[in-house]
Design a protein around this ligand. Structure first.
Ligand SMILES: N[C@@H](CCC(=O)N[C@@H](CS)C(=O)NCC(=O)O)C(=O)O
Length: 203
């Protein structure tokens, strides 16, 4: 299987998940230009990461890719112990990160997509920061008494970790969120996470 990723992007979560399987994989670090090249657009017409190619099979969309990795490697327990309830719990938190947290960053990544007038951008970013604090508060509460979002280590965790890195880069106020701070440290103490950060030039 080959993963297409960009350093520190949401695709780095898939990279960590692959690393946690302990099984061989390939990866390619993409540039912005390479994402828009015809060969890559034939893999993922959206021109974004992540995407994977596994033999003839091509797959995009983070949630689908993480589910595919988990299903191929059940021994890695990325979606729990095989029970429907643990899979649902892991998927619930993956959905929270992929569908709520991640899109809430888009006004910070690209405020021009929300208003053409640059004078509006500070207000757009301030609203996004406020919303993100509220979303991270939900994760903070969920992590009370738990080491991992779903209550066991799952594919939701590397994705939450990546959004915490973005929170640092975009000055999101996480003051007082001790559980999230401990979670980030836990991830960064993990040998697999460290190997992926190094491989993507982020160490
Ligand atoms: N809905 C997509 C979103 C993917 C996405 O937003 N990817 C970003 C990186 S996190 C991207 O590749 N953006 C294009 C770029 O950076 O040029 C998914 O869940 O996979």
């Amino acid at each position: 299987m080959k993963l297409y990723t960009k350093p520190g992007a949401c695709s780095t979560a898939d990279h960590i998940a692959l690393q946690w399987t302990g099984k061989p994989y390939e990866f390619e670090v993409m540039t912005r230009e390479a994402l828009k090249s015809p060969p890559y657009l034939a893999i993922n017409a959206a021109g974004s990461v992540p995407a994977i190619v596994d033999g003839e099979f091509k797959l995009s969309q983070n949630a689908a890719i993480l589910g595919y990795i988990a299903d191929l490697h059940p021994d890695a327990h990325l979606a729990g112990d095989g029970s429907a309830q643990q899979r649902a719990e892991a998927t619930r938190w993956l959905a929270f990160v992929n569908a709520d947290l991640h899109p809430a960053f888009v006004p910070l990544f690209n405020p021009a997509a929300f208003h053409p007038d640059e004078r509006q951008h500070d207000a757009i970013k301030a609203a996004a920061r406020k919303r993100l604090r509220g979303l991270f508060e939900r994760a903070e509460k969920q992590l009370e008494g738990r080491q991992w979002l779903a209550g066991f280590r799952s594919f939701a965790d590397p994705y939450l970790y990546i959004t915490l890195r973005w929170a640092g880069a975009f000055d999101i106020d996480l003051i007082g969120f001790e559980n999230l701070a401990a979670f980030k440290q836990r991830m960064e103490a993990d040998a697999g996470v460290q190997a992926v950060l190094k491989a993507e030039g982020l160490d």
